[in-house]
Design a protein around this ligand. Sequence first.
Ligand code: FAD
Length: 574
Amino acid sequence: MIKKKVVISRFSESPDWVKKIDCDYIIFNKGDEIEDPEISPEKIINVPNQGREAETFLRYICENYSDLSDFTIFVQGNPFDHWPRTLEYINSDSFLDPTDIVSLGYETTTDRTGGISYPGLPIGDFQKILVPSGEPEEIHFTSGAQFIVPKKLILNKSLSYWKSLRNSLEHYWYSNIPSGYGMPTGRFIAHVFERLWPMIYRYSDTPVYKKYDYVIAGSGLFGAVFAREMTDRGKTCLIIEKRNHIGGNCYTENRDGINVHVYGPHIFHTNDKDIWDWISRFCDFLPYKHSPKVRYGDRTFSFPINLMTLHQLWGVNTPEEAKERIEREKVIFDNPKNLEEWALSQIGTDLYEIFIKGYTEKQWGRDPKDLPASIIKRLPIRTNFDDNYFFDKYQGIPEGGYTGIFDKILDGIEVITGVDYLEDRQKWDSLGSKIVYTGKIDEFFNYKFGELEYRTLEFKHQRIDKVDFQGCPIVNYTSSTIEWTRITEHKHFENSKSEKTWITMEFPKEYKNGDLPLYPIGDDQNMDRFGKYKKMTADMGKFIFGGRLAEYRYYDMHQIIASALTKAGKELAL
Ligand SMILES: Cc1cc2nc3c(=O)[nH]c(=O)nc-3n(C[C@H](O)[C@H](O)[C@H](O)COP(=O)(O)OP(=O)(O)OC[C@H]3O[C@@H](n4cnc5c(N)ncnc54)[C@H](O)[C@@H]3O)c2cc1C
């Protein structure tokens, strides 16, 4: 039996007619709620009102690409104004064409400049990008953009093609470019799509993208810095990003006037003036000193451990008293064998229990007795009042958030978001003289030698109806009885004025494929596996592997910038 699915883009039209549909259907509802007991809630997906029908249709294709029915029937909320016979066409198989789209509307024509209905509509410009092989002066389309399309015609184009159409529609929908056509830019782009659907389906080739010197997979800090350097030296770059936003893990989002660090708090710090100067070209840094607090039970301590912490814990007041007390606290081990023994031998039981034990257990999901001491060997314990976490000369938080930095770094550089390089690598490889890959190295090689392990975090973002939740940006929760390891209150980074506040709780988790790969597990087994992947890259001159995922290494931002500048410099010297 032929499988059909009706995809309805509704705003406020009566949905009564859908009860007469005799095949599967789904309503994308962009307007008033549908409360009709005869229409199952499973048949309704509420979505924001954006992008007109084009957005609905592209959304459906992108989200169901691997599970399409034999025929998809795309219609409006009230399909009858454009085609009174719509129900007849839906319910019968005799109108289906396995090789072409069938219009549910009256075909009409326009020219490449919008014709008389929309003079100046830049159809020709978009047509060249979307369907470069189809360039007739006269464009036939179905008013109302309603049609039946066979699965084959959708699959003739790759998923990344459909995703890039969806992204460009979204981009224009939200853009503030004045249209001059009597409607906002976004709306007229939706009209352009309406006119191009037949061509999008009928001309089988994907767009002829221009060629680039560098196609870069990943718009995180590595990809962005590399692209900027190359672009400034006259090279052409295209960035493809699989998330729906730029900036990788540095990405921030403005919520209630507060820049929320979506993937955990990011503090910029470096000792290297060149790196500081480089990044400062793209933002103003607000002065910031990182000195988180520690909550253990109902007590709050200064952190990193310093004389104030020791005063709060033991009542000591001077460096001498502190040193003496720590000496007395130390537990003697002839040869500390693991993290616990090493920590006890350095700081004794009180400090170990409060600051190390529970936190480490949660962070690494393992008993400190089973961990090597090297994980925390750098934890500073100070017998003065210095509570500055970093020793670096330069430290700050970018005013306006990190996403603003990325907008500026990527100014004038082409970026496609929502597209995974690995889903269509042959196409992207053919577009770039060289490929810069910043994703997971094991995934690049299809996990040939097995998966590299990571530790991950679940971020729970919460809006709180208070002006101030915890009085500082970061509080670490070190007790093993509390599940989260820290809470970030974002407004304190930039001293944002808002009646509300946003906090993020971090819950460490075991990583499984599909989670955010955050902290590489640098044990022997993983490093050995990584070594094998790295060896595979040795003879791959067309590819440059960079960034924390491709190098399977924890990098701070300043280190990523340094690494990207070095790799860009090497390229330019070739
Ligand atoms: C919780 C946390 C807190 C941190 N705090 C700090 C801090 O305070 N200070 C500091 O200096 N550093 C901090 N860092 C480190 C900082 O996040 C990294 O240095 C930086 O983000 C690394 O940039 P990157 O480009 O290598 O990787 P990413 O930021 O991960 O960027 C890689 C990009 O590539 C994309 N991608 C992957 N695969 C593909 C594909 N197949 N196709 C297309 N795109 C793809 C990803 O979606 C991602 O956007 C922190 C990191 C974490 C996890």
